[in-house]
Ligand binder design. Structure first.
Ligand code: C2E
Ligand code: CA
Ligand code: CA
Ligand code: CA
Length: 282
């Protein structure tokens, strides 16, 4: 049959075979990697567009593999989500990122910067019954107030629409940590939830900024998105800003916060520390 034909082609495609092999290897090695210091966090600045002041740092995980070198999250986060490894990985990211923020706030050479830590939270994290306790405990161990942490959740993670997720979201909101919708505009859900969910921030997906300059109406389109976010009483963050022109265009339509290679690429904790010591603004 036609379907069998397609399967045959897939089986003998060396690229697909390699990808499957890599995935199997990742599954078997990732659990070990989490417990043995092979994961590292990189940090990327989130900047106030009008002043260049640092508002936040997003922690982005990488896997420093002993043989394969630095592996990017796109290669192993989906695998971790599918194989039940996310709660453990999520706890590692949570603890290490708040410990890093606490260290920056303690060190007199970096303490004058006043910014929050942003971490990415996967759907299985939200479904874990202990997640709220983990967050509360990580913050208290690090000695940080809840508002110093912002959790970035994708639309699909947030809108699973089950009772447990909604209960978890409300508990996190009551705890006082910031909640943010990540990759806004890429899901298929209605924007009505912006008014209903207990979120504070909305990060607009970088595809909208990427398309700036393609035609005259794109900037008006982004202004409309920014207005929707603002009129819901939310704080909008624009990601994927790679050029000064993009930063200026966003500023001209009233956007206040941005993130992207133009301001700074994700860098190691050591390098981010050096930047904090070196620069006042971005
Ligand atoms: P994300 O949350 O949307 O993170 C932003 C991604 O865009 C990062 O890729 C970042 O390096 C990249 N980026 C930043 N500025 C620019 C820019 O100006 N231009 C372009 N083209 N890209 C830019 P990265 O680090 O490879 O992370 C990919 C995704 O992996 C993240 O997307 C997030 O969904 C996931 N991820 C990363 N770290 C974690 C984590 O600790 N936990 C979970 N659950 N997911 C994570
Ligand atoms: Ca994110
Ligand atoms: Ca994003
Ligand atoms: Ca993304």
């Amino acid at each position: 049959s036609k379907a069998e034909g397609r399967n045959k082609v897939r089986t003998f495609d060396p690229a697909t075979l390699l990808a499957r092999q890599l995935e199997r290897q990742i599954v078997s090695e990732l659990g070990h990697a989490i417990g043995s210091d092979q994961l590292v966090l990189f940090y990327q600045p989130i900047v106030e567009l009008a002043t260049g002041r640092l508002q936040g740092s997003e922690a982005l995980v990488r896997w420093n593999h002993p043989e394969r070198g630095l592996i990017m999250p796109d290669k192993f986060i989906p695998v971790a989500e599918a194989t039940g490894l996310i709660p453990e990985l999520g706890r590692w990211v949570l603890r290490n990122s708040v410990a890093q923020l606490a260290a920056w706030r303690r060190d007199p050479a970096t303490a004058h910067h006043d910014f929050s830590m942003r971490i990415n939270v996967s759907a299985p994290d939200l479904q874990s019954l202990e997640f709220v306790d983990d967050v509360r405990e990580a913050l208290s161990t690090a000695g940080l107030p809840p508002e110093s942490l912002v959790l970035e959740l994708t639309e699909s993670a947030i809108i699973q629409n089950n009772e447990l997720d909604r209960y978890t979201l409300m508990s996190l909101h009551r705890l006082g940590v910031g909640l943010e919708i990540d990759d806004f505009g890429t899901g298929y859900s209605s924007i009505g939830y912006l008014r209903k969910l207990p979120v504070d921030h909305v990060k607009v997906d970088r595809e909208f900024v990427r398309d700036l300059g393609k035609d005259d109406t794109q900037l008006q389109f982004l202004a409309a998105i920014q207005n929707v976010i603002r009129s819901c009483g939310l704080d909008g963050i624009w990601e994927g800003i790679e050029t000064v022109e993009q930063a200026e265009a966003l500023r001209s339509i009233g956007c206040t916060s941005g993130q992207g290679y133009y301001f700074g690429r994700p860098v190691s904790g050591t390098e981010f520390t050096a930047q904090l010591k070196r620069q006042e603004t971005w």
